[in-house]
Design a protein around this ligand. Structure first.
Ligand code: MRU
Length: 351
């Protein structure tokens, strides 16, 4: 399995996703500042991976701290939480991870500084293990939704590279293939950052999974030709009513799916579900630099001075979504009810 990120004795090690698919290189961050930068610059990306990276960054900051008292260590923890919390606003996993690290620290009570540090490292490592287990559980739930044979379209990268391993949407596809289903993946290129062509195609080809790369504008024509039997994507934040924020372009795919009668599934762990956000209109959408749209690999593809918009995510209204696959089961419309019901399930029992 690809090691997207990993806790090591010398720091947090990431596969550098900005270099893929041409170079498979790894970087080790030795401070919380470096981890925050890796998240901001998308060395590591994908909602679940960002969450665990943030937790590891916080653990690293606390480990490196020269604090001489618990209150000094708490101040360092808060500083690290603020650092990673300011990197990317949309994926709620980041804020879920921060809250979990803070809650762990508070729950530990009075301990020695080395014990507190060790407990936070272990918490981050546990989040890593839980993420892989959640993806495998999603795979088990979601595989039955995949066709026995046919094309399955995905957008962006919701694979091993977006998680601690196996993937959410790609985990569902992997599990379906493991059951013997004959799936041809259609990977949207995913302009402007090209997660589909650079990352999804790379990890699927590496696994020997049949993959066809298309540009985003081809998705509707593929559906019209009957080449797509199902769609499965990941999510960065799911509101209480089932509205889903995911990579820009997801909404377009969902609308096309409805027009063509193709089921549209979202696969995401509970750490992506934000029951405190009532609907998609309240989800903050990250705006990224104009350069991502006007340039490819450093080369200009647009005239200088043109106005640019670059929202990194869009929101797909819940009524376009056939089902939301989580590690606790599959939620279906009406999502207010089904998500609330799954939220009440004890995660550990299911995993
Ligand atoms: O900007 P990115 O690459 O972090 O966006 C990633 C996505 O939109 C993914 O689809 C989402 O995080 C789910 S990953 C399992």
């Amino acid at each position: 399995m690809i090691k997207t990120l990993e806790w090591t004795d010398s720091g947090v090690r990431f596969i550098d996703q900005t270099k893929l698919p041409t170079e498979e290189t790894y970087v080790t961050c030795t401070s919380c500042e470096e981890v925050a930068k890796a998240i901001r610059t998308m060395v590591v990306r994908g909602a679940p991976a960002i969450g665990v990276a943030a937790a590891m960054g916080i653990a690293l900051g606390v480990k490196n701290s020269r604090a001489e008292s618990v209150s000094e260590l708490r101040r360092e923890l808060d500083r690290c939480c603020a650092l990673v919390g300011a990197t990317r606003p949309t994926a709620v996993n980041l804020f879920w991870a921060i809250r979990r690290m803070q809650a762990k620290f508070e729950a530990l009570g009075i301990r020695s500084l080395p014990q507190l540090k060790q407990a936070l490292i272990e918490e981050a490592q546990q989040m890593y293990d839980e993420d892989i287990a959640a993806n495998q559980a999603m795979g088990r739930w979601g595989a039955s939704l995949m066709p026995a044979s046919g094309g399955v379209l995905t957008h962006c990268n919701a694979g091993a590279l977006a998680t601690c391993g196996y993937g959410t949407a790609l985990g569902v596809i992997r599990a379906a293939i493991a059951l013997g289903k004959k799936i041809q993946v259609y990977a949207d290129e995913t302009r402007p950052f090209l997660q589909g062509s650079r990352l999804t195609a790379w990890e699927l080809i590496k696994d020997g999974i049949p993959t066809t790369l298309i540009s985003d504008s081809m998705a509707g024509f593929m559906m019209r030709q009957g080449k797509i039997s199902a769609i499965v994507v990941g999510a960065d934040r799911i509101a209480a009513n089932g509205d889903v924020a995911n990579k820009i372009g997801t909404y377009t795919v969902a609308v096309l799916a409805k027009e063509h009668g193709v089921p549209f599934y979202v696969a995401a762990p509970f750490s992506t579900i934000d029951l405190d956000t009532p609907d998609g209109s309240r989800i903050p959408i990250e705006q990224r630099s104009a350069q991502e749209v006007t340039h490819i690999a450093g080369k200009a593809i647009a005239p200088e001075g043109v106005a640019v918009e670059n929202p990194a995510f869009d929101v797909t209204p819940a009524n376009y979504i056939t089902g939301i696959v989580t590690e606790r089961g599959i939620a279906r419309q009406p999502y207010e009810e089904s998500l609330a019901k799954l939220a009440a399930v004890q995660a550990k029992v299911v995993l």
